[in-house]
Write a protein that binds this ligand. Sequence first.
Ligand SMILES: C[S@@+](CC[C@H](N)C(=O)[O-])C[C@H]1O[C@@H](n2cnc3c(N)ncnc32)[C@H](O)[C@@H]1O
Length: 262
Amino acid sequence: MAQRQTDGSAGDANYGVIGRTYTDYRQPEPRIAQMIERALGPARSILNVGAGAGSYEPIGRAVTAVEPSASMRAQRPRHLALAIDAVAEHLPFADGQFDAAMATFTVHQWSDLERGLAGMRRVTRGPVVILTCDPALVQAFWLNDYAPDVLATEARRYPTLDRIAAALGGRQGARVEVLPVPIPLDCRDGFNEAYYGRPETLLDEGARLACSAWSFVDAATAAGYVDHLRQDLADGAWDRRFGALRQQPSYDGSLRLIVASP
Ligand SMILES: C[S@@+](CC[C@H](N)C(=O)[O-])C[C@H]1O[C@@H](n2cnc3c(N)ncnc32)[C@H](O)[C@@H]1O
């Protein structure tokens, strides 16, 4: 397993450094939350792995949250259950303990994807629901013209959807559905593609920090990327190429919901 950082972070990103203002920029987007709720079905007990500050945890059900980073656990709102300090690769639960399980924006950070997903399958009787990005589509986003190393990092980190499906039993006959997740123009959850029609937001360092891929690019390179975007926004070059996106109600990017039924 990967070495844990001082705040407990167990994945490839250090949330003790980049995560302190996570919830200022990353709130659950209600239209995405609705898709997740639907995928969880009538489950009463739900496991959330890599739960962070609790985005997308359904209200009114018994949620058990697992989160290794103390900085992220500290940002959980009071109405959510405290999160357990554990990692996906070693889930401390009995076989079939939960009706359903979920993991949002996290599988790409785990040190052992197959082990983590097998653990989720083991402890869950019903659906396992994964919100993630398709690495084959990540670099199709306009940000690739400005911050190529950031999107190359994302494309490299996100596991292929086939690999996720296989780890959840797709090759053994389990039903695995992959649903495209439309991103609304005013998306409240600030991942890179959420800003497809609001490019100025990516000039804000806090917004960039809340997307962990930016932390893998050195400061001088990132500053150059941001200057290029700032310049193109100032002289209208961005708008000439992509300005129609400012009015586009939703964007079909790389975001996908994987729903694996046993
Ligand atoms: C981008 S955040 C997503 C948090 C939350 N699920 C959300 O949708 O906002 C990724 C989270 O995965 C957690 N994480 C990274 N590696 C992990 C692992 N091996 N096991 C469990 N969680 C992990 C991080 O600590 C971080 O809180």
